[in-house]
Design a protein around this ligand. Sequence first.
Ligand SMILES: [Zn+2]
Length: 81
Amino acid sequence: MNRTFILVLAWGSGISGMQALIPHDIYCPYCGEVIEILIDNSVPAQQYIEDCQVCCRPITIKTKLTRRGELEVAVSHENEV
Ligand SMILES: [Zn+2]
């Protein structure tokens, strides 16, 4: 529940010009396991593919900084997009 809030704080501390990789837990859309990813806070919106550390299938990860300064993270199957 507090995950977004924590991310917002981390993002704010990165605005001073320092690039940082923020750890964030996601659920694999294939096997449902929790995976930790690192989000680059210097990019306001990005999309990339990362292989699941458990089942090794490619997960499409989309991150977006909203106008309210919140970081949204969406994960989907490779074929969904
Ligand atoms: Zn998986």
